[in-house]
Design a protein around this ligand. Structure first.
Ligand code: ZN
Length: 431
């Protein structure tokens, strides 16, 4: 096939798709991207809006101009949004983006604008929660409950989320929990109304019936009930019953070995990324919320032995051949066609610029590829406490000592019987 030569930058090649016919010839995707973005960011006087120059500069320099063009041409919300910001019809602010009808488009653009220093940094999960809350209150809530739920969301959820966003940043898991708490406050109030009872007339019998007549997710109403009690809206003596704890099932030793064996072999049905994440789950009992947020600073690839740090304690070695899988993933972590991910500080980069993978997305991918998530983690934790004292296991994998001690008790291990058990069983290995 004849190679194309761009008349503007003299680039030759067939690698990219988005070559475009112009009066001066067929232009390359990068010149095409520059031309299109320059058009969209015109402030009405024939020049790029000065405030948006950093976006123009960084966006047109991305390694894959095709991906940039897909966003500009295939998302119908993008061109009018960029033009409105460039011409000043929409103020260049977080608030203006909050109200945009396509929240996904606005969120992606917000990420880009924050990354390139056009907008000040704001925790995207907090923004997401605030947007969700506005829609939730407008859509699902009975008019008579709206004010109370608004107060609960403001003084409980938003107060906690803002504090955390300022000090250590939010995670999707934290905002998801607060969304559930607000949603269950609304359901609890609706349920009371179905039982012809106002919140102030609620009795212990209502509490017991609310918990026993539904599934365990009704426990999510606890935050609202505690808040209402503390603020004198609900009688102080009322208690929400706790669920009975069911012991959770672990994998058999054989199933765990089989799973670890599968994770070593390249397979068509499982991405290298998913195998690497699953190894951290099955070997080190790491929750997916922590795996998703591991940074490249947490993994040491410089020595022959791969080491990884969970929580605040020192690094732990990853036994071979599992270390090799992690090394291979870390060195080839996916670009996902987004410029920023090529140098991503995250071990598992996400699709949004500069973000790590969303733990829910990672969970869905692993579950779809056949990893029993909860059982694998419980089995891993129990295997760890059978190999080392719970306090040391807890430090190594970033768990609280109490949580690890509970698992040790479940399998009949504790500090006291650790040494005799170890002598009796010979050397234990991670696999
Ligand atoms: Zn060109």
């Amino acid at each position: 096939m004849r190679e194309l030569i761009c008349p503007r930058c003299h680039l030759c090649g067939q690698r990219h798709r988005w070559w475009a016919h112009r009066s001066d010839g067929i232009i390359c995707p990068r010149c095409h991207l520059t031309e299109r973005l320059t058009e969209l960011l015109d402030d009405g006087t024939g020049r790029i809006a000065p405030a948006l120059l950093p976006l123009h500069e960084a966006y047109t320099a991305q390694p894959n101009p095709d991906a940039g063009l897909v966003w500009l041409y295939c998302n119908r919300h993008v061109p009018p949004l960029l033009t409105a910001l460039a011409t000043g019809h929409l103020p260049l602010s977080h608030e203006a983006l909050d109200d945009h009808p396509s929240s996904q488009t606005a969120m992606h653009l917000r990420d880009l604008l924050m990354q390139y220093g056009v907008l000040e940094q704001r925790d995207r999960y907090l923004v997401h929660f605030e947007n969700w809350l506005r829609q939730f209150l407008a859509g699902n809530t009975a008019a008579e409950d709206r004010q109370l739920i608004q107060q609960f969301a403001t003084w409980h959820s938003l107060h906690k989320l803002r504090h955390r966003a300022e000090h250590k940043g939010l995670t999707p898991g934290v905002t998801a929990r607060h969304r559930l708490e607000v949603a269950f406050a609304q359901r609890f109030l609706a349920w009371l109304r179905e039982h012809d009872t106002a919140l102030v007339d609620c009795t212990q019998a209502h509490m017991d019936l609310w918990i026993t007549s539904g599934n365990t997710s009704r426990q999510c109403s606890r935050a609202f009930i505690v808040w209402a009690r503390a603020n004198g809206i609900l009688a102080r003596h009322l208690q929400l019953p706790y669920p009975k704890k069911q012991p959770r099932e672990a994998l058999t030793h054989r199933d765990r070995l089989q799973l670890l064996h599968e994770l070593l072999a390249p397979q068509r049905s499982r991405l290298l990324r998913d195998r690497a994440a699953a190894i951290l789950l099955v070997l080190f009992a790491q929750p997916l919320t922590r795996i998703a947020t591991l940074s490249m600073d947490d993994i040491n690839l410089t020595s022959s032995e791969v080491q990884i740090t969970f929580g605040q304690h020192g690094p732990v070695p990853v036994p071979e051949p599992f270390g090799q899988v992690l090394r291979e993933h870390a060195e080839n972590r996916g670009p996902y066609n987004i410029a920023a991910n090529r140098t991503s500080p995250w071990l598992f980069p996400g699709r949004c610029p500069g973000r790590h993978i969303h733990p829910v997305h990672l969970r869905n991918c692993l579950r779809d590829s056949g990893i029993p998530l909860v059982r694998s983690r419980i089995t891993a934790l129990r295997a760890l406490v059978s190999e080392m004292p719970p306090a040391i296991a807890a430090q190594a994998v970033g768990y609280t000592a109490r949580c690890v001690e509970e698992h040790a008790n479940t399998i009949g291990m504790s500090w006291v019987n650790y040494v005799p058990a170890r002598r009796g069983s010979g050397e234990l290995t991670t696999s």
